[in-house]
Design a protein around this ligand. Sequence first.
Ligand SMILES: Cc1ncc(COP(=O)(O)O)c(C=O)c1O
Length: 303
Amino acid sequence: MPEAEKIWMDGGLRPWGEANVHVMTHALHYGSSVFEGLRAYDTPGGTAIFRLREHVERLFYSAKVYRMAIPYTPDQVMDACRAAVRENGLKAAYIRPIVFRGAGPAGVAARSGPIHTVVAAFEWGAYLGEAAQKEGVDACISSWRRLAPNTMPPGVKAGGNYLSSQLIAWEAKDNGFHEGIGLGADGHVSEGSGENLFLVMNGRLVTPPAAASILKGITRDAVIRLAAGMGIETVEQAIPREALYAADEMFFTGTAVEITPVRSIDRLPVGNGKRPVTGKIQQAFFGLFDGSAKDEHGWLTPV
Ligand SMILES: Cc1ncc(COP(=O)(O)O)c(C=O)c1O
């Protein structure tokens, strides 16, 4: 990870190397952290963060589920995100707010320890490689299932959930794929290890519903809205594995992957290799940041 100069931690900026925790931090032992990933883009109007409020709202929701009282207001956390980019002189950045249980009483159910709040910002390019946006990626169905809804809630962005993501992603990479897709406990398609999945079928978008053990992505929501604005309908429905082989186009969405086409699934090519609908969605999305599309939804917050 390319280091920046400063990190916002527990109320103010401090040098990157001094943003440390004790080894008895609860989150280190029991996975008790919740976090977010955002991107700031270098737009013609200056550096701006994409959907800042929605990400911070999801952070507070995740913290609520795990009974963590964040000792700041959402506006203060939003200001911290902006400061982490601005004060590091970053033009474009990946932003990582994280809230976690610190070192305090021992025991899995201990709740009285300190709650720490951190926001890091640093440079981070294309998540699945530079060529991925243009050429697409090779994906597979993982032998690992996603978290079942009544275990660790997959709709909450908690650190511990990402052990499941690691198993899915590593298996895929070790077998020569860029990314793995998990099925839900009921065998229907859920999502990638760190991103949502869309199919294009007969000109419509099809994506698994919230009940399919997905994290309801903020990029997923943006794609649904941008598509609607172009007259492209989205259907949220249970997707059996074999339906992936019938898709005309397929793409991943997420803050890290942005909008990345999937060119093959389980070593079968997706559609005929042409991507007219994905192309339109990519243009509408990236247009927000290069100035070729108007920010009609007010999704960009200057730093
Ligand atoms: C498991 C998982 N699904 C989906 C997403 C996409 O969410 P978003 O578009 O809000 O970044 C992410 C990324 O945060 C993720 O980790």
